[in-house]
Structure formats: C-alpha cells, structure tokens
Design a protein around this ligand. Structure first.
Ligand code: NCD
Ligand code: ZN
Length: 343
C-alpha cells in the first residue's frame, strides 16, 4: 500500500498554551486535525465557563487564515467548581468535557483535586447531563513509586468513581500501562486515549545512555511490556482506544534543565509516526479508527466530513525544532525513518 485515505483526524488531548506559544504551535495541529480537546492547564487554569469562552476566543484569533480547526474546550475541575456554571457551559455547547487533575500530578496542576470526596456533586451532575470526564490517572503520594502511579490510581481513585457513577463517561487519558488498557477495555462508559510517543518510547529512551529530557513526559513512559500493550490496544481497532497526542510544548531551556518540565511535543510529525507504527504492526487498516472514528463515537459526535491522504515514499525530514517567540521547542524524535506524509 502506498497511499491511504482516511477521515480527517481529531486530537482528543492537546496542550495549546496561550499567547506567543499558542500562535506558534496551533498551526502544527490545525494543518491536519479538524478538532482537538484543549487542555485547561493554563496559569491560572481554565476553571469557569467564562475562562473557557475567553480562551476559545484567543484560540480562534490565533488560528491560521483559512483554517476551519475547531477547539473543543474543557473546564479544569476543582473542589470548588460551581455546578450551575458547569451546567450552563454544557448547555450552550461551550465545553465538551471536564478535566480532572489530581493536585500536583503534572505541569500546572496545583489547583487540581486533593480530596476526591469533594467533587461528588460535580461528578453526579456530569453523569446526569452527559458531560464526559477526562482523567489524568496518577496518584501523587510521594511514597508511591512514579512507575506505579497509574496502576495505583486505577485501584484507589478511578475504580471507586467508576462504581459510584456508572453512567459517567470517563476518558482515561494518555494511558501508559497494560493495566490502564485492560481497565478501559473491560468497563462500560470508559475509554482511553493513547499518545503518539507512548507507542514509540519506553523508559530506556529517557534513561539509558544519558538522560534525555525531551522524552520525559507525564505519565512517564514505562517498561517495554507496557509499550507493547499500548501498541496492541491502539492498533486493535477496538472503539475503546483513540488518539490523544498530549502534544505538550515547553521551550528547550525549560526541558534541558536541572528540574526539567514534563511534556513531549508531537503535533508536527504525529500522523507520519502513527502511519509508520501502524504499518509496522500490519494494522494500517485500523489507523482511521484510532485517529478519526473511535473518538467521535465515544464523545457522541459525528466523524469529520473531510478526508486526508497519506502517501508513502522516501523518508520525510521534519524540523528538529520549531521557533516560538519564547524560544525553540524540540519536536519529538521517534528515532526511526518516517516514510508516510500527509499529501
Ligand atoms: C503536560 C503539560 O506539559 O502540560 N505534560 C505532560 O508531560 N504530558 C501535562 C499533562 O498532560 O500531564
Ligand atoms: Zn496532557
């Protein structure tokens, strides 16, 4: 096969940031993706309907000319989130999902939830009105090993929520473990996004032969068995699994640092990488399900009308970095030739 035409894809987990960074990174996603779930972890976070409306306006203003890219907004859930505001944001179609960050789990998550009993009314309301919950699934307790934080979160936090609100649509975001894939697959109203980079790297890429800050993200990549489980899930065509790139730009000075930021920037070459990965696993016929069909189905949205075509040829050269007014941002290096390009 040398060409592949699929429905236009969506990105179900994306960090666009704000200001100059937003302007620099948005074209990288809008070039190929029709829609994306926009993460609310700005500083300060996108907490209210008003914050979300203003952020959406800034994104629309930063869009390249002629782009019909559509941001799907989210609210950052806090213990104080106002139910009325949440309902209103949903009713007017302003927000597509609500994001749960355990306090302190990742970049800009200080305002996240510390006491999960304090978000009961919000979750109840969301289950009632059909507003999905996107979950960053890691416990934050210092005594839990960072490589176990996802699995422990599933047992301690996610499963009790799952039992208490069986109707609530839950998206386990950027899963990194076999346990995450198994849990999503075996529970109703539960889906999981998988990033591009977690299909390519394991923890050796971060730590072997010198520390590689551009491969550091959260949840951190796990051992090879988990990467293989994610590959199997993503390429299976199972509607439980869909793409959320978690493309998360940080300037190089903040990545290459004694306390480097978490996040891999994959917006630029994601589709080429995915086509390569799916081809390696003899699953090119499942790529469309993963990038363009399973996500809309879970969210209750129609797939995009348009199509894109990927063509196979000589390896494609992507820039190592993109320039922003705040400094360069390194593009994720998959350490393999990429033969597919969007044409
Ligand atoms: C994200 C970011 O930089 O905002 N970082 C990351 O490593 N994925 C936050 C997140 O999604 O955890
Ligand atoms: Zn993220």
């Amino acid at each position: 096969m040398t060409t592949l035409t699929i429905r236009r894809p969506d990105d179900w987990h994306l960090h666009l940031r704000d200001g100059d960074m937003l302007k620099a990174v948005l074209p990288e996603t809008a070039r190929h993706f029709a829609r994306a779930i926009i993460m609310p972890n700005l500083v300060p976070p996108v907490v209210t309907a008003r914050d979300a409306a203003e952020y959406r306006d800034r994104i629309m203003a930063a869009k390249p000319d002629n782009s019909d890219f559509q941001p799907l907004m989210t609210l950052y859930l806090t213990e104080e989130t106002d139910i009325k505001d949440l309902r209103a944001a949903h009713e007017i179609g302003l927000v597509t999902a609500v994001k749960l960050y355990p306090a302190g789990a990742t970049t800009n998550s200080a305002s996240g939830v510390a006491d999960f009993t304090k978000i009961r009314r919000q979750l109840e309301t969301m289950a009632q009105i059909g507003l999905p919950l996107c979950v960053h699934g890691e416990v934050t307790d210092a005594e839990i090993d960072i490589f176990d934080r996802e699995a422990v979160f599933i047992d301690r936090v996610l499963d009790p929520i799952r039992r208490d609100y069986p109707e609530l649509k839950i998206i386990m975001e950027h899963i990194t473990t076999a346990q995450g894939a198994d849990y999503a697959q075996s529970h109703d109203n539960t889906a999981a996004t998988i990033t591009t980079h977690h299909l390519v790297i394991n923890r050796n890429h971060i730590l072997a032969g010198g520390i590689k800050p551009h491969y550091y993200c959260l949840p951190v990549a796990k051992r090879e068995t988990h990467r293989l489980a994610l590959r199997k899930a993503a390429t299976s065509g199972d509607p439980t699994f869909f793409l959320g790139t978690d493309s998360a730009p940080h300037t190089d000075d903040l990545k290459e640092h004694a306390c480097g930021c978490a996040g891999c920037f994959t917006a630029t070459n994601t589709l080429s990488i995915l086509a390569e990965v799916f081809e390696q696993d003899n699953a090119l016929d499942k790529l469309e399900a993963f990038t363009s069909l399973n996500g809309p189905t879970f969210y209750g949205l129609a797939p995009n009308e348009g199509h894109i075509t990927l063509t196979k040829g000589e390896p494609v050269a992507y820039p190592a970095k993109i320039d922003t007014k705040s400094g360069p941002v390194t593009v994720f290096d998959p350490q393999m030739p990429l033969h597919w390009r969007v044409t």
